[in-house]
Design a protein around this ligand. Sequence first.
Ligand SMILES: Cc1cc2nc3c(=O)[nH]c(=O)nc-3n(C[C@H](O)[C@H](O)[C@H](O)COP(=O)(O)O)c2cc1C
Length: 323
Amino acid sequence: MSLTIGCYSLPNRLVLAPMAGITDSVFRQICQQHGAGYTVGEMLSAQTNLWDSKKSSTRFANNTDPEPRSVQLLGIDPQELAHAAARQVEQGAQIIDLNMGCPAKKVCNIAAGSALLAYPDRVEKIFTAVVNAVNVPVTVKIRTGTDADNRNALEIAKIAEQAGLAAITIHGRTRADKFNGQAEYDTIKQVKQAVSIPIIANGDICHAEQAEYVLKYTLADGIMVGRAALGNPWLFKQIDHYLQTGQLLAEPQPTERQTVIMQHLEGLYALYGEHQGLRIARKHLGWYAKHLPQGEVLRKAFNLAESAQAQCDLIRHFFELNT
Ligand SMILES: Cc1cc2nc3c(=O)[nH]c(=O)nc-3n(C[C@H](O)[C@H](O)[C@H](O)COP(=O)(O)O)c2cc1C
C-alpha cells in the first residue's frame, strides 16, 4: 500500500514530521534517501513581512528539494494564509500544509497552531481561503483537540474534508498535553473511520514494530515519525523493510553512519554558512552520538570544535578509531 496526497502517489506510507529548527532541506533529503516517502518542511509564518530573515528563507520551497516539495504555513488570518500559500506555490511548493498542531506558547499567544482547534469557524475559513488560492493539494496537521474535554479532531477533520483538503495528519495528543504522557491512537482511528481523505497517524512512533501496530490499529493511510528519526534517518528504511517483510533490518554499519553524518554536516555548512552551520551541527551530532559507542565522548569534543574543519576532522578521527 502507498500513500496518496492529491495528485502525488508517494513511494511508501512513511512521512518525516516537520520539526522547526531540525527538518531543513538537508535533513529532509537525508531522510528521503533513507526511506522516508515524504517529508514536510519546517513551519513558516504566513506573515510575509517576516520572510526577509535568513531563517525564513531556508524554509521556502526550493526547486532543488526532492518532490513533492511541501511548505508548512503557520498563521491565523485566512487571507494572509491564502496569500502566503500562493506565494510559496509560485516559488515551487507542490503541497501546502497548514500548521494547526503546534502547542508552543509563542505561537498560541496569537491563537495559531493547535490553539486554532478551539475555533472551528475560523478553521473552516482558513481551509476554504487556502484551497481557493492555490492549485496544489492542501493538507493540515492537527492535534486531537485542545484538551481532554475538547477532543474535536473529528469535527475539524470533517471540515477539512468538506473544504477539499487532500490529507490530515493527527498527532495523538491534545494541545494541553504538550509533549507529556503517551500519544493515543483511538481518536486517530475514529477519524479514519469517519472521513475518506487520507489520514496520517503521528505521535511516539519510534520503532518498526510500533509503526506496524499504529498502522494496523488506526487503519491510517500513513504514519509520521518525528523525534525518533533524530540522529537515526535509517529508521525509515527499517520500518519500510519490516512492513514489507516482517523482518528487522540490521543496524547501519559505522562507515554508513560516518557517510551520512559527513553529508549532513557539509549540507548544514552550505545551507547556513559556517558560523550558524556548525552550531546547528552540534545539535544533530548530539542525536547521532546517542547511537554510537563512545558517542558521549565524541559529543563533548564536537561541542568544543570552533570550525567546520575541526568538526569534520573529529568525525573522521572518531570513526578511524571506532571501525
Ligand atoms: C523540536 C520540534 C519541533 C517541531 N516543529 C514542528 C513544526 O514546525 N510544525 C509542526 O507541525 N509540528 C512540529 N513539531 C511536532 C512534530 O511534527 C510531531 O508532531 C511531534 O514531535 C510528535 O511526533 P513524534 O512523537 O514522532 O516526535 C515539532 C516537534 C519538535 C520535537
